[in-house]
Structures are given as structure tokens and as C-alpha cells.
Write a protein that binds this ligand. Structure first.
Ligand code: ADP
Length: 362
């Protein structure tokens, strides 16, 4: 089995169940964090509603599990519109897209997830639909072939991607509103833990919620998942039940639970720590090229770059430099490894910016 498949904290791999659906915020008010984005969206939605227009097309960018699908549904709810959802890989032929577009009602929000993987022919169709609310459809064959314009109802396209870098310029330009999601602040994640715990009828102490928030890679989907696992530990291992059977999650439950799952207080799993240790032990802290590193850890370059690196970089444990990957002074501290003689503090003082020593100081 691929290591990714058994990971608990890879937001891409967490399957949604009915409880997760219940946890999804339905309004901008219920959506915690991402303050600036929310305030702007609120203005755009209010203005469009006041004018009686459909909202301009919205482009949502950000890593998995940060709330892009949730936000698309919220936009529909706030606009009082219908919500129609698909993913780009499911749109195999132009007629698949035409099927969706011709069935849209006025003002509907049409959500396309993973929009970076649209096929070129489908993307072309979408341009006209977004701009002119029409579809150019070829009827007949050979010399008899001609293009007819089919009118569709004004709608709002919400496109989401984890890879904004590979979305074509013409598509990006057709979105009037762009929202970039960032990893969540601990305070916001703690508020999400308390909200979710309330909805699931779980009791959790404030410091336990704080530790969960700290260990969940800045990602709401991960924090919800960890909360449910802690409920299991509280219920079975500790037998701590409230009179009505709702388990109580204490600091002790979270500490032991995370230890059992081998997740540390930064949300790193064993394989994340392995990657950092390999850079330190085999490559003296770096720089090491992505290809070499990927071979050493037994993963593809794509997995290394898409699954492991974004959070390690965001957490300040890894840096991408023109010469390769480099750990930081924080990495040594986090892993409890003393920089060896080659990376001694004496050298560091002399050359604080010299990455050849394998340590970067921010
Ligand atoms: P994405 O589409 O970016 O992968 P989702 O919208 O599916 O992420 O969000 C994952 C889960 O995280 C949702 O089920 C929701 O319960 C929770 N969630 C996401 N954003 C928030 C938020 N801002 N506040 C509360 N819960 C959130």
C-alpha cells in the first residue's frame, strides 16, 4: 500500500462521511478563519444580490482540505441559488459539460473542482459559456457541418484548484473574483475544533483543543479527522463517558492519542520526519535535489513536491533553494538533533546565510 493511503493527516486522502457533511459550515458567518477573503466575498455577494445579478465567476486556490468546496456551497447558499457540482476529471467529453450547462437554472452556482485538469476542448467550450452564456455546438458532419450557438442561463462558475500554476492564462482571466486560501491560524482551528465538537456532541477541554489545533497542519479537514480519532481513544481506551455516553477529550487523551498515531505537535507524521532526518544525516542538511531526495525516500518527485513539501515549507522546516532542498535551524531543534561539527554554531555565526552548511536562518 502506498504510504499516502494510510496517512491520517493527508487531507487529500480523507474520505468524507455523513458526519463530515454535518460539520460543513453553511453560511459565511459559520465559516471560521480566512477573514479578509470572507469580508470581500460578503461585499461582492451583497452587491450582486442588490443589483439582481448572478455573482461574477469565482476562482478558489489553495491546498486540499482548507474549505474550497465548502466555500463554493456557501456562495450558493448566500446567493439563494442552486448548487451543481462536478470535477474536471469527470468531464471526459464536451457533451459531458454541455449536459451540465444546459441544465443550469438562472443564477445557479456551478462548481468544478480540480479545474487545472480540464481537457483543452472542454476548456474552450467553457470560455464562451463563462463570457457569453452560450455554447458553440457543431452539428452535422463533413461539408454539412455547421456551428450553432445554444443559449444557457446566466450562472456563476466556481472553479477550485490546488495547482494554480498549471491553470491556463485564458481561463484564469475569465474569473472576476479570485480567492487564495492560506493555512489556518491556530486560534481559528481551535474554534473549528470547538464548533465541530459541539455538533458531534463531544466534550473537549480547551487545552486539548489547542493541542489538536497545533497538530493539524493548519487544515480544517485534518483537525476534524483528528477530533474524531480522539473521540475513539477517549471512548475505548479511557472509557471516559459522560452520563449520556458522550466521551470527554482531555489533554491526556490527545497527548496519548497523537503519540499512538505517531503525529507530533507540528502535525508531522513519521514519513515527514524521515524526510527531514535523511536530509540531515545523508546530505548534511542539504542542499539536495528533489530527484535524489525522492529516490532516497522511495517516493516519486511528484509525491514529494505535492504531498510532503508544502506543509514542511509552510512550517519552516524545509526550504526550496536553487541548489536544492535545505533544512532550517528550526528543523534541528524540532527533531532534537544537535547540528554536528560541520554545522557547528561557530560556523553558523560566521556565515548566517551560507546554505552550503545546510542550515538556513530566517
Ligand atoms: P477542500 O475543498 O478545500 O478540499 P473542503 O471544503 O472539503 O476542503 O473542507 C474540508 C472540511 O473542513 C469540510 O467538511 C468542513 O467541515 C471543514 N472546513 C473547511 N473550512 C472550514 C472553516 N473555515 N470553518 C469550519 N470548518 C471548515
Amino acid at each position: 500500500m502506498d504510504k499516502k493511503d494510510i496517512s491520517l493527516v493527508r487531507p487529500e486522502n480523507i474520505k468524507e462521511d455523513t458526519q463530515d457533511v454535518a460539520l460543513r459550515p453553511r453560511t459565511l458567518k459559520e465559516f471560521l478563519g480566512q477573514k479578509g477573503m470572507k469580508e470581500n466575498l460578503n461585499i461582492f455577494i451583497t452587491a450582486a444580490k442588490e443589483r439582481g445579478d448572478s455573482l461574477d465567476h469565482v476562482f478558489l486556490i489553495g491546498p486540499a482540505g482548507l474549505g474550497k468546496t465548502t466555500m463554493a456551497q456557501i456562495i450558493a447558499n448566500e446567493m439563494g441559488s442552486g448548487f451543481v457540482q462536478t470535477t474536471a476529471p469527470a468531464l471526459e467529453k464536451p457533451k459531458d459539460l454541455v449536459g451540465f450547462l444546459t441544465n443550469l437554472k438562472k443564477g445557479d452556482v456551478f462548481f468544478i473542482d480540480e479545474i487545472h485538469s480540464l481537457k483543452p476542448a472542454i476548456e474552450e467550450l467553457l470560455y464562451i459559456a463563462m463570457e457569453d452564456y452560450g455554447i458553440d455546438w457543431v452539428v452535422g458532419q463533413g461539408p454539412m457541418a455547421r456551428t450553432i450557438r445554444i443559449a444557457i442561463k446566466p450562472f456563476t462558475l466556481v472553479g477550485a484548484t490546488t495547482k494554480a500554476g498549471v491553470v491556463s492564462g485564458p481561463l484564469i482571466n475569465r474569473f472576476g473574483i479570485t480567492c487564495r486560501f492560506s493555512f489556518y491560524e491556530q486560534e481559528d482551528l481551535k474554534a473549528i475544533v470547538h464548533r465541530s465538537a459541539g455538533l458531534l456532541n463531544i466534550k473537549i477541554e480547551d487545552d486539548a483543543a489547542c493541542l489538536l489545533a497545533k497538530s493539524s497542519r493548519g487544515t480544517p479537514r485534518v483537525v476534524n479527522q483528528l477530533l474524531k480519532r480522539m473521540r475513539d481513544f477517549a471512548q475505548v481506551s479511557y472509557g471516559s463517558k459522560e452520563p449520556k455516553g458522550s466521551p470527554s477529550i482531555t489533554m491526556d487523551v490527545v497527548r496519548t492519542g497523537l503519540e499512538r498515531l505517531e503525529i507530533d505537535e507540528l502535525g508531522l507524521e513519521k514519513q515527514d520526519r524521515e524526510i527531514l532526518k535523511i536530509i540531515i544525516e545523508r546530505y548534511k542538511g542539504g542542499p539536495v535535489g528533489a530527484e535524489n531526495l525522492a529516490i532516497t525516500i522511495g517516493e516519486s518527485v511528484e509525491t514529494l513536491e505535492d504531498y510532503y513539501e508544502p506543509y514542511l515549507i509552510q512550517a519552516g522546516l524545509l526550504q526550496r533553494t536553487p541548489r536544492g532542498r535545505v533544512v532550517t535551524s528550526f528543523t534541528y531543534g524540532h527533531l532534537g538533533i544537535t547540528p554536528n561539527a560541520f554545522n557547528s554554531s561557530e560556523n553558523i555565526e560566521k556565515n548566517p546565510n551560507d546554505i552550503s552548511q545546510g542550515i538556513l536562518f530566517q
